[in-house]
Design a protein around this ligand. Structure first.
Ligand SMILES: *Cc1c(COP(=O)(O)O)cnc(C)c1O
Length: 350
């Protein structure tokens, strides 16, 4: 298929799909088998499949970058593979071995390499997923599953975000509770968050912020992004991985980059009250969100029922901007990768 150059130049996020996909079958008897690259298209499925009836589905999200040497590279895919296995365990799905995970992504990236732009800020977002495919209305884990990988050219997630986005504080809806699936990357979490996301949009906000389900006191995350706070003394604070928060690869990378820059990073509970008070005194200088899709995005305001808490970075460039430049520099190959974070998928034709 010929690729529209206008799409590749400004692909937005998740709206266009490449020409192929990878599929692999699982059965209890045969394990993972039948890996194949096929044209992108609909999946025939039994209407009683557990993925459709009971939401037995997990996914991952990572990006392929085209470097100046013509090679395609992945950023820390080992972390995605580990998290995919942990999500599988939580949703009672078979885990995809790390080798199969990386190999299937490599195969798709190379066959659809023409979709990987080397423009700054543009990459190929890869979406691996596993669905329970056994036809079954009785409730138990499926004995048949399908692992798939699709890909979509990715530019800016929010459009223009120089000045930051605003978050809506969800007061009635929770994303995850104790013992729930908050730490798993599964479609069900997103289904549960859609109504809160719609509420956020209705209040003029781009995203929703979730607090803990039990007390609605503590900041958790934004539903597809982890949250960081920057204090006047340079300290970064981010909520701890308490089982309800998704352990972001971007979150982990930001923590390491900030520490290497000599900044203190605290993983500790932070409340809406502390956010409000520290913003008022000027002690809190920045808030930003971190995730593969949105990279690092400043949060300019938290909007609640009765107030708007604004944070505008005073320094220039802001901490968020400096971390974003360093992270994307490593990812796109313009800053040396001293930590062995990149995996070379090999040379690829344009
Ligand atoms: C994927 C995801 C994130 C971000 O994780 P990254 O590995 O940094 O992309 C944060 N929260 C949720 C709920 C997610 O699904």
């Amino acid at each position: 298929m010929t690729i529209d150059p206008a799409v590749l130049a400004a692909p937005g996020f998740g709206a266009h799909f490449t020409d192929h996909m990878v599929l692999v079958d699982f059965s209890e008897q045969s394990g993972w088998h039948g890996r194949r690259v096929v044209p992108y298209g609909p999946l025939p499925m039994d209407p009683a499949a557990t993925a459709l009836q009971y939401g037995q589905e997990i996914f991952e999200g990572l990006k392929v970058y085209r470097h100046r040497d013509g090679h395609l590279r992945l950023f820390r895919p080992d972390m995605n593979a580990r998290r995919f296995a942990a999500s599988a365990a939580r949703l009672a799905l078979p885990a995809v071995p790390a080798g199969l995970f990386v190999e299937s992504i490599r195969q798709l990236a190379l066959v659809d390499a023409a979709w990987v732009s080397d423009r700054p800020g543009v990459s190929l977002y890869v979406r691996p997923f596993v669905i329970g495919t056994e036809a079954l209305l009785g409730v138990r884990p499926a004995r048949h599953a399908t692992y798939g990988v699709i890909a979509s050219p990715a530019g800016s997630y929010f459009g223009d975000t120089e000045t930051g986005i605003s978050l809506w504080l969800s007061q009635n809806h929770s994303r995850a509770g104790a013992g729930g699936t908050g730490a798993a990357k599964c479609g069900g979490n997103y289904a549960a968050a859609l109504v809160a996301q719609t509420e956020a949009k209705a209040h003029g906000c781009q995203q929703v912020l979730f607090t803990d389900a039990a007390t609605r006191t503590w900041v958790e995350e934004a539903g597809s992004m982890n949250i960081f706070f920057v204090f006047a003394d340079g300290t970064l604070v981010t909520p701890p991985l308490n089982g309800a928060i998704l352990a972001g690869v971007t979150r982990d990378s930001v923590i390491e980059l900030a520490r290497d820059r000599g900044q203190r990073v605290e993983e500790r509970p932070i409340s809406i009250t502390e956010w409000k008070e520290a913003a008022a005194t000027g002690e809190l200088t920045e808030v930003f969100a971190a995730g593969t899709a949105a990279v690092i995005t400043p949060i300019a305001a938290l909007v609640t029922d009765d107030t708007v808490i604004e944070t505008r970075a005073s320094g220039s460039p802001s901490t968020a901007q400096q971390l974003r430049d360093e992270l994307t520099g490593i990812q796109h190959g313009t800053i040396p990768d001293r930590r062995g974070w990149l995996l070379d998928l090999g040379p690829a034709p344009r």
